[in-house]
Design a protein around this ligand. Structure first.
Ligand SMILES: Cc1ncc(COP(=O)(O)O)c(C=O)c1O
Length: 398
């Protein structure tokens, strides 16, 4: 266990004063750098004005301004927002929306669809649609009814669509929860937009509510604001957290289309979506998120994103043919390589890799034989080069 006492920009400092470059933006949150001065200033000002208030029967300026800013950058079919406070809960709300959408319309649809190696979080709904049994195995008996499909490739897409079309005839599938283009916890597995578009189109024809989990992919990581921006078929619901608040405070938002919203809009109280956490739409978190979105839209951050993308591409050329490297992949600012070795997800060899990175002042968290980088966009070329050089040096010790 390492005690971190300070973080600034892309640097973490431990209690002994040793520094580490944060190569994964502290689980994809601090994309504008740690303790970002612009965001801190805005939140500090907000602290003098309004810290916390019930978000039931009340509203406040930070939530309103954030809503306007978010709707502006989200795919343009997204019309309404539902606030909460972490990524798993954003998914939980997305699932409840999908199930209750059909319930409110008097339909008996109770099955959810998800990708095989998905990860959507640690609450029960999120665990249900996740496919990794190391996390959710002990709770299998208590999970929701979920059926799984493979992530699409050029080879399997025809079969996926054929099976799905048959399965949809039973008319009991309520929603499809998916990580668009990149499955983070499945070791940054990437799939292309073409197959996913076809799956989404088929599901939409059958009124299955599509729920994009953009908790990891949102806010610029893929090179666009959202991974869904690469797709022609826009989701009915989008779940956001992590970089939403730039790592300063926890918050989440689940957005939806007018169609979804309309299924809940009624004078009958039982048609409403009941889900309210104490810190829902906390004014300080909303302020951090708004400041983050302002940065995301700035030329400076957009240039940084492009610079990181190009640097990864150059690194890829250098490393992809190394005998210890099996495959490489990149979507936007996320780069991953698989080592040509069999390794357990959290086994000794994986720990050896991580220790080598830490000894060299680089914080990366390999997943099995996958080494991935998802740096803050503001990372300097020198810092990026240090990460690349440390990855190259790790290839010499495995
Ligand atoms: C794709 C995805 N969805 C959901 C979650 C859950 O988010 P949280 O840890 O904030 O509950 C994560 C967390 O890593 C994630 O990567």
């Amino acid at each position: 266990m390492l005690a971190i006492t300070k973080a600034k920009g892309c640097t973490l400092t431990d209690e002994e004063g040793k520094t580490y470059i944060d190569g994964i933006a502290s689980w994809y949150t601090c994309v504008y750098g740690h303790c970002n001065d612009y965001i801190i200033e805005k939140v500090y000002a907000q602290m003098q004005q309004l810290d916390q208030v019930v978000f039931s029967g009340f509203t406040h300026e930070p939530a309103v301004k954030l809503s306007e800013a978010l709707i502006h950058i989200l795919p343009n079919n997204q019309e309404k927002l539902f606030f909460s406070d972490n990524g798993s809960t954003a998914i939980e709300i997305g699932i409840k929306m999908a199930l209750q959408y059909h319930f409110n319309k008097g339909e008996n649809r109770k099955v959810l669809l998800a990708f095989e190696d998905a990860f959507h979080g640690d609450t029960f709904g999120a665990m249900s649609v996740s496919g990794l049994s190391v996390y959710n195995g002990p709770f299998e008996a208590y999970l929701l009814q979920v059926e799984r499909i493979a992530t699409p490739t050029k080879e399997n897409i025809a079969l996926i669509l054929e099976k799905l079309a048959k399965r949809l005839q039973q008319n009991d599938i309520a929603g499809f929860v998916y990580e668009p283009l990149i499955q983070g916890a499945a070791a940054m597995q990437m799939h292309d937009a073409e197959g996913l578009n076809k799956i989404l189109a088929l599901l939409k024809q059958n009124d299955v509510i599509t729920v994009a989990d953009e908790v990891m992919t949102g806010f610029g990581k893929t090179g666009k604001y959202f991974a869904s921006d690469y797709l022609d078929e826009k989701p009915d619901i989008i779940c956001m957290s992590k970089a939403l608040t730039a790592g300063l405070l926890p918050m989440a938002v689940t957005s939806c289309t007018q169609k979804v919203y309309n299924a809940f809009y009624s004078d009958e109280i039982s048609k409403g979506l009941f889900h309210g956490h104490t810190y829902t739409a906390n004014p300080l978190a909303c302020t951090a998120a708004l400041a983050g979105i302002e940065l995301l839209q700035s030329d400076e951050i957009q240039d940084n994103i492009q610079r990181v993308i190009v640097s990864h591409q150059k690194f890829n050329k250098e490393i992809k043919d190394h005998p210890k490297v099996l495959t490489t992949r990149q979507t936007g600012t996320i780069f991953a390589l698989d080592l040509n070795l069999k390794m357990e997800r959290y086994g000794n060899l994986r720990d050896k890799l991580m220790q080598h990175f830490m000894d060299n002042g680089v914080f990366l968290r390999p997943l099995g034989n996958t080494i991935y980088i998802s740096p803050p966009y503001v990372i300097s070329e020198r810092e990026l080069q240090k990460i690349y050089d440390t990855i190259k040096s790790v290839l010499e010790i495995v």
